[in-house]
Design a protein around this ligand. Structure first.
Ligand code: PFF
Length: 500
């Protein structure tokens, strides 16, 4: 059996994990969620979620990867042969995320170029929907492939493929060491310039002004937990895989804390950047910041271009903003593809480079559907179902398996034995009680919500095909791969110590 690659340095590993965690979500999701849920007061549930779920779960996933030195399917198979499917389900989810996440990176690349001339003119909304996406009226009506989007999507794939082709140490680690400092630098540069603008400080007041009445609302708490899981990329194979390349002597607990704090610190910076820009725009238009704020695709590709039109140095702001979005997205995309490569090389024994090609080729082909006229609508449905069910259920099942069916104290001893500071009973308590209760509750609420009304008002057919249908296919695929025989009879040696 070939030996597993390892990270070249501790900083390299942490930066790669941070690269996965910092993504589109930090820039377009966190600021809005914080604003909507009580501003400065949101930091209370957010930090609570970070301490009770984020850090404990991150330590657990780093520990699993380090202990079993394998991809997610191999890790779960090493716990019990019966559980390998869970790893494959997580891998299926990363596949689906990868094929639509890349399209958004493609848009960000296009917009980096558009920023040079503010190609969106004075009607960014019309430009985005009609001139750029040529959006169709239904997700079932895909229409034609948009060449411009296809080209930038392929650019994102070429970079990802190239980096992964070079391997973990020479590819992922090296690029993370460039991308992460670059990203912080660009965002700080934007902030530095933004804060001197009229109205920017007012924008920050809107973001941070605490509204403590909000934190009595339980939705605020589930939003905080949801954001923590999404932003940290935990619960769906990424962090297990990255940690599987750690050398034997690695400080798991410290690395996990660093990853979480750097990621959440970046979210705050992104909040300052976005609300500084929005504050200035609101001042120029003579309206309140609450009238211009938005999130997601609308924020990045409509509101920000509108704001850029009002800024003194539009080329500077535009290119830096969209380049930041591109860099943040690419490092997350790389982290979504690597677990799949690791999973098939572990199980089917192909070489790393071959594994990269075997994953990238079908991913590229499938991602083309998101470059069509119906792409955004399709993406909207798939993303909703993957986040609300796929990631959440996998995280929930994983935590129940490890903390209720298996012996969590064995994992605790494992991470403590190699870490500088130790985790104690509080860690176990968070993972056994807090995390499953919150995730369980969120899953039930989501299931009720989606069973009682079609998400986004889409047709039954669209929801059935792209929502439930995609989830169903992922389950079947997971079972199929679970039952396939591994090439190496030592693929996963079951570790009995974890069983009660
Ligand atoms: N953690 C990333 C973010 O906050 O944008 C998002 C992400 C990364 C989502 C990797 C999914 C994923 F597979």
């Amino acid at each position: 059996m070939s030996t597993r690659e390892t990270w070249g340095s501790r900083a390299g590993f942490v930066l790669a994990a941070v690269g996965s965690a910092i993504g589109l979500g930090n820039i377009w999701r966190f600021p809005y969620i914080a604003f909507k849920n009580g501003g400065g007061a949101f930091l209370i549930p957010y930090i609570f979620a970070l301490l009770t779920a984020g850090i404990p779960f991150m330590i657990l996933e780093f520990g699993l990867g380090h202990k079993f030195r394998g991809s997610a399917p191999k890790t779960f198979a090493s716990i019990s042969k019966k559980w390998e499917w869970l790893g494959w389900l997580q891998i299926g989810i990363t596949f689906v995320i990868g094929i639509y996440y890349v399209a958004v990176i493609g848009w960000a690349i296009s917009y980096t170029f558009f920023s040079l001339t503010q190609a969106w003119g004075n009607a960014p909304k019309d430009f985005f929907f009609n001139q750029y996406l040529h959006l169709s009226s239904s997700p079932l009506e895909l229409g034609s492939i948009q060449t411009g989007i296809l080209i930038t999507t392929l650019m994102a794939w070429i970079i990802t493929w190239g980096v992964l082709h070079m391997g973990v140490r020479n590819g992922v680690e090296k690029i993370s060491k460039i991308f992460m400092p670059l990203l912080f630098f660009m965002v700080l540069l934007i902030i530095g310039r933004t804060l001197t603008l009229d109205g920017a400080m007012n924008g920050l007041q809107w973001l941070f002004k605490p509204d403590f009445s909000k934190i009595m609302d339980y939705h605020v708490w589930t939003d905080a937990y949801g954001q923590i899981f999404y932003t940290l990329s935990i619960g769906f194979s990424i962090m297990i895989t990255y940690a599987s390349y750690l050398p034997k002597k690695s400080d798991i607990n410290n690395n996990a804390c660093m990853t979480v704090f750097i990621n959440c610190g970046f979210s705050l910076l992104a909040g300052i950047m976005i609300f500084g820009i929005l504050g200035h725009m609101a001042a120029k238009q003579g309206v309140g910041v609450d009238e211009v704020v938005s999130s997601g695709v609308g924020l990045a590709f409509i509101t920000i271009p509108t704001a850029i039109n009002t800024l003194p140095a539009p080329v500077f702001f535009g290119t830096l903003f969209f380049l930041s979005l591109t860099v943040a997205g690419l490092s997350s995309l790389i982290s979504i593809v690597q677990p799949m490569v690791s999973a098939i090389t572990d199980k089917f024994g192909c070489s790393h480079r071959r594994g990269v090609a075997l994953i990238c080729i079908p991913s590229i082909i499938f991602s083309i559907v998101f470059t069509t006229q119906g792409g955004l609508l399709l993406l909207d449905i798939v993303d909703h179902f993957i986040n609300n069910f796929g990631i959440l259920f996998c995280g929930l099942i994983e935590i129940i398996l490890l903390s209720w069916i298996c012996r969590l104290d064995v994992m605790r001893e494992h991470v403590n034995a190699i870490s500088e500071f130790r985790v104690g009973k509080a860690w176990t308590f968070c993972l056994r009680f807090v995390t499953p209760i919150v995730l369980g509750y969120m899953s039930i609420c989501n299931a009720i919500g989606d069973l009682s009304a079609n998400y986004g008002g889409y047709s039954d057919k669209a929801i059935l095909y792209y929502g439930w249908g995609v989830l169903g296919i992922l389950v079947l695929l997971a079972l199929f791969l679970h039952n396939k025989k591994a090439i190496d009879s030592n693929y996963a040696v079951v570790d009995q110590s974890l069983w009660r």
